[in-house]
Write a protein that binds this ligand. Sequence first.
Ligand code: NDP
Length: 247
Amino acid sequence: MDLKGKNCLITGGSRGIGRSIAEYFSTLGANVAITYARSKDAADEVVEVLKKNGVEAMSLQADAVDFQKAEEVINTVVSEWGSLDVVVNNAGITKDNLILRMNEEQWDAVINTNLKSVFNYSKAATKPMMRARGGSIINIGSVVGISGNAGQSNYAASKAGIIGFTKSFAKELASRNIRANVVAPGYIMTEMTGTLDEKVLESIKEETPLGRAGNPEEVASSVAFLASDLSSYITGETIRVDGGMAM
Ligand code: NDP
């Protein structure tokens, strides 16, 4: 796989899966810009690692919920590097609760951070990608968006929404050679899942045919495939990276 010369933007690249994607992309020769919400030190550290891999790198503070900011971020990348080839919409949060107990703030925060952000950055990327006569957008969904999950109705709705949005985007922009796909991870070891209690983790492993949690690098490699020209005839697809969990 080769991403040499591709200019890529990853939302939420300071930690977890986003950081792994950024590092993986850099080993394949891509220039990588990451955004973050709060973790400036972590984002700075990622940029150092990327530069050591011999590529251009930058980090930008940008709440993914902010519509206007998304356009500013993309304009910055294009003005620095001349074009934008790949966007990975990775920024995401959970605020779990049973529907009976879920409040409006928990619903809105998760829908806005996980779903509105995908609209923000996909829309803002469309113009530069049209000018470049092509591009690839990869949206990080979740198996929960396919199968649902008790206690995660807000999260499941946001991730299912991503699949519908991605298919619509893929149909609208296919004639411009802009592809859009979803990578839907199962249970992956990051800070997000680090807060789950032991019993929940054990039952997740039992429900996973491959019998273990995934690691962020195993998500990053599928994202890199969809970013690369090796996937040039794939659009509107959802690839599960879940050890068989949602099969
Ligand atoms: P982490 O909590 O480890 O990292 C989340 C990243 O998103 C951080 O870089 C964080 O930045 C950033 N972020 C959060 N909110 C915002 C915001 N409003 N604006 C900009 N950036 C933001 O999560 P994971 O790495 O585990 O998850 C990454 C993606 O993968 C998410 O979309 C998640 O839903 C999805 N996913 C994860 C799974 C898992 O098992 N871990 C399973 C399925 C899907 P900062 O550090 O500044 O807060």
